[in-house]
Design a protein around this ligand. Structure first.
Ligand code: NAI
Length: 330
């Protein structure tokens, strides 16, 4: 199938070209994001491949349909950026990559936690400058701490297992508790109880109407003083303004983010020569106890290979049968 890949980076191109040797699709790589201004590039392509922050809204879908698109292939697992109702109305099938490496994301959440706690990023700079003083680098033992996991699907379950290995007590909240997690010693509780009892809270649920701002001022009021909060899921789960207040008051002791509510304007680009216009994000960067990465939790060779492979298989399935087991339905 002819596929237009938007928001394409050199690493996407290299992994997709390698995996496509088995599939033989006709791939065209476009650097810009798919949006109102760039949608015309997709004219004549039945397949359109997008990433997490391409806004595939009703208006873009209308133009895609007019240009002959029949398939949106998300090369990610989240699909909150696609208007599924509008896609269905235009008879455009939406497929995704449900799991490419849940380990990569869970391990990155742990990396954020360890780096913040032991201040590895600060120690690295100090030692390079010949400063071997330890003041300001005091951490805490993870052993014995209570970790609350919100969402114990593929990624959350792995994160819980890793933290169990550190000797932590595991609490979880999920609409659909996992028996496997229970058997590994995870205790399911209501969200409020999890927030009240956890020293560390890590978010692993999807962004939905229900979970938007699941961490807001009210949730923060329930949390322990000095709590560590990790979000590698979706920025919209956290009310950033409330979190900034929580950081200023000391309620939040450490904040580790791989995602940000307004990341679309920032992430996946080199803006090092520009002035950051987002004042809320800029404020977050000023806290010594905040560590932010730019949506890189998924970014391992294993994950990129799996993403390319599943995306190209999704397209082949759709092309050959009109169906795909990874279709996203309303
Ligand atoms: P999953 O679908 O396997 O698990 C999500 C879990 O959240 C499910 O168990 C579900 O029952 C639960 N859940 C849904 N609504 C809930 C609610 N209201 N309260 C509590 N739990 C709820 O998804 P997976 O693969 O574990 O991914 C989790 C999230 O991680 C994705 O939605 C995506 O947003 C994010 N992600 C981030 C990446 C990154 O690079 N930073 C890469 C891949 C995924």
């Amino acid at each position: 199938m002819k596929i237009a890949l938007f928001n394409s980076k050199p690493y996407d191109e290299s992994f997709f070209l390698r995996e496509n040797e088995r599939f033989g699709h006709e791939l065209s790589f476009f650097e810009p994001q798919l949006n109102e201004d760039t949608v015309r590039l997709a004219e004549g392509f039945p397949g359109v491949c997008v990433f997490v922050n391409d806004p595939v809204d009703a208006s873009v879908l209308e133009k895609l349909a007019a240009g002959g698109a029949r398939l949106i292939a998300l090369r990610c697992s989240g699909f909150n950026n696609v208007d599924l109702q509008a896609a269905a109305a235009k008879r455009i099938t939406v497929v995704r990559v449900p799991a490419y490496s849940p380990h990569a994301v869970a391990e990155h959440a742990v990396a954020l936690l360890l780096a913040m706690n032991r201040k590895t990023h600060r120690a690295y700079n100090r030692v390079r400058e010949g400063n071997f003083a330890l003041d300001g680098l005091l951490g805490f033992d993870l052993y014995g701490k209570t970790v609350g996991v919100i969402g114990t699907g593929r990624i959350g379950a792995i994160f819980a297992r890793i933290m169990k290995g550190f000797g932590c007590e595991l609490l979880a909240h999920d609409k659909y508790p996992s028996q496997a997690c229970r058997e590994e010693g995870v205790v399911y509780v209501e969200k409020d109880e999890l927030l009240q009892r956890s020293d560390i809270v890590s978010l692993h649920c999807p962004l939905t109407v229900e979970t938007r701002h699941i961490i807001d001022a009210n949730a923060l009021s329930l949390m322990r003083q000095g709590v560590t909060l990790i979000n590698t899921s979706r920025g919209g789960l956290v009310d950033t303004i409330a979190v900034i207040k929580g950081l200023k008051s000391g309620k939040i002791g450490y904040l580790g983010l791989d995602v940000y509510e307004e990341e679309e304007e920032l992430f996946f680009k080199d803006l090092s020569d520009e002035v950051i216009q987002d004042d809320i994000f800029a404020r977050l960067l000023t806290f010594p106890n905040v560590l932010i990465t730019g949506h890189q939790a998924y970014f391992t060779g294993t994950a990129l290979s799996n993403i390319a492979q599943t995306t190209l298989q999704n397209v082949a399935d759709f092309e050959n049968t009109g169906q795909c087991e990874n279709a996203v339905t309303l």
